[in-house]
Design a protein around this ligand. Sequence first.
Ligand SMILES: Cc1cc2nc3c(=O)[nH]c(=O)nc-3n(C[C@H](O)[C@H](O)[C@H](O)COP(=O)(O)OP(=O)(O)OC[C@H]3O[C@@H](n4cnc5c(N)ncnc54)[C@H](O)[C@@H]3O)c2cc1C
Length: 148
Amino acid sequence: MCRTVLQDIYPNLRLADYLAPDGNSEIEINWEDEPLYLGAFKMNLPGQYEYQRRLFSQFMTGLEGGTPDPFVLAGDDISWVAEWVEGAVTSAINAVNKIAVLFGGGDWDELQGPITRWNELKPIELPSPKSAAHERQRAISTEPSEVV
Ligand SMILES: Cc1cc2nc3c(=O)[nH]c(=O)nc-3n(C[C@H](O)[C@H](O)[C@H](O)COP(=O)(O)OP(=O)(O)OC[C@H]3O[C@@H](n4cnc5c(N)ncnc54)[C@H](O)[C@@H]3O)c2cc1C
């Protein structure tokens, strides 16, 4: 199919001239038959927002304290658009900005990077269910009790 499509796009191209002889020019891999294959994508389940927020924000580790952590994550899986190149690229921009800082650089004159604009762009931190429950409990325990 791929060859047919290419031939349609480039009708004057003699594709066969570029292929290895004796039918050895192509291999086919069925990933689902591969023993170490674990699936194509990682997607978030409901309730995993906080995990994703922390993964996405990992590149900021140490920056606020002035000791940037040199371990930097990147990849579509830690982005907000896992399974798409767009997510890989956005996380790479974050990682590259961090690496620039680690090597003494930072922003371009005309363009501020994600580190400088973090407070404006960062994903919202939700109250954890545990702390929300704790707050409710505290509110209940400080309410004046009814005298019977
Ligand atoms: C079948 C399929 C179809 C897709 N179609 C689209 C599409 O149409 N449009 C789209 O936008 N996205 C598509 N995607 C998703 C896109 O390919 C990914 O989002 C993108 O490639 C992720 O880039 P990445 O840099 O995060 O990771 P990757 O491209 O997976 O790069 C990670 C690299 O790390 C290497 N690596 C892993 N472990 C180690 C190690 N221990 N040491 C050294 N290297 C290591 C791997 O070999 C790999 O080269 C598709 C993905 C699949 C699987």
